[in-house]
Design a protein around this ligand. Structure first.
Ligand SMILES: *[C@@H]1O[C@H](CO)[C@@H](O)[C@H](O)[C@H]1NC(C)=O
Ligand SMILES: *[C@@H]1O[C@H](CO)[C@@H](O)[C@H](O)[C@H]1NC(C)=O
Ligand SMILES: *[C@@H]1O[C@H](CO)[C@@H](O)[C@H](O)[C@H]1NC(C)=O
Length: 165
């Protein structure tokens, strides 16, 4: 059980990181296309400030989770939007204090959050005959594919406007 639990958590982390990485690519493409490329202020990553900012994101996420019935905490569909807000928050804060995103500090914090909220889930999962790996994979892949579709759309639109211009 221990290894499969770990595998599920790992899969989840990887899925989120892949997805957020794609979102990062998307927003980069968007700002490249839409904004008149403001020169990015060159700041040095202040890790102590980042730690503090990311903890605020985590506190907000914990506050959001309180509003969700704990019996649904292991059901991704019930908190995926809160979770998305949380990762978005860590990204915004990272960039605002001049850090790359994702970065080891943020990743470590996210994994800590996972351990906190998934700890009881793994207990519950033991009662299930089949761990819902398939469900989890699908839930991870849906946002990934949505992101891919959006990237494709943005690229297609920019190509189209290139041709029209
Ligand atoms: C980093 O941020 C903290 C808190 O805002 C501040 O006290 C510290 O001087 C900053 N360090 C650097 C190197 O800018
Ligand atoms: C998760 O919640 C959704 C929506 O309420 C429900 O349809 C689904 O069956 C739940 N999944 C599990 C594994 O409990
Ligand atoms: C996990 O379950 C224990 C016992 O039911 C409870 O005391 C604890 O608050 C729970 N933790 C989380 C993060 O849900």
């Amino acid at each position: 059980m221990e290894t499969s639990e770990l595998a599920v958590i790992k899969l989840f982390v990887v899925g989120i990181l892949v997805n957020t990485w794609m979102m990062k690519g998307l927003s980069a493409t968007e700002s490249f296309n839409v904004e008149p490329t403001p020169p990015r202020p060159k700041k040095v990553c202040n890790e102590s400030r980042l730690q503090w900012e990311v903890e605020i994101c985590g506190e907000n996420f914990k506050k959001d989770m309180v509003h969700i019935d704990p019996q649904y905490w292991c059901n991704l569909t019930h908190f995926i939007s809160e979770y998305h807000l949380f990762t978005l928050c860590t990204e915004t804060k990272s960039l605002s204090v001049g850090c790359y995103w994702p970065n080891p500090l943020v990743e470590g914090y996210i994994i800590g959050i996972h351990k906190h909220f998934f700890f009881n889930c793994t207990m519950k999962l033991e009662g299930w005959v089949d761990p819902p790996d398939d469900t989890l994979i699908i839930l991870i892949l849906i946002p990934v594919f949505l992101t891919l579709a959006m990237i494709a759309l943005v690229v297609w639109c920019s190509k189209r406007s290139d041709i029209l211009a």
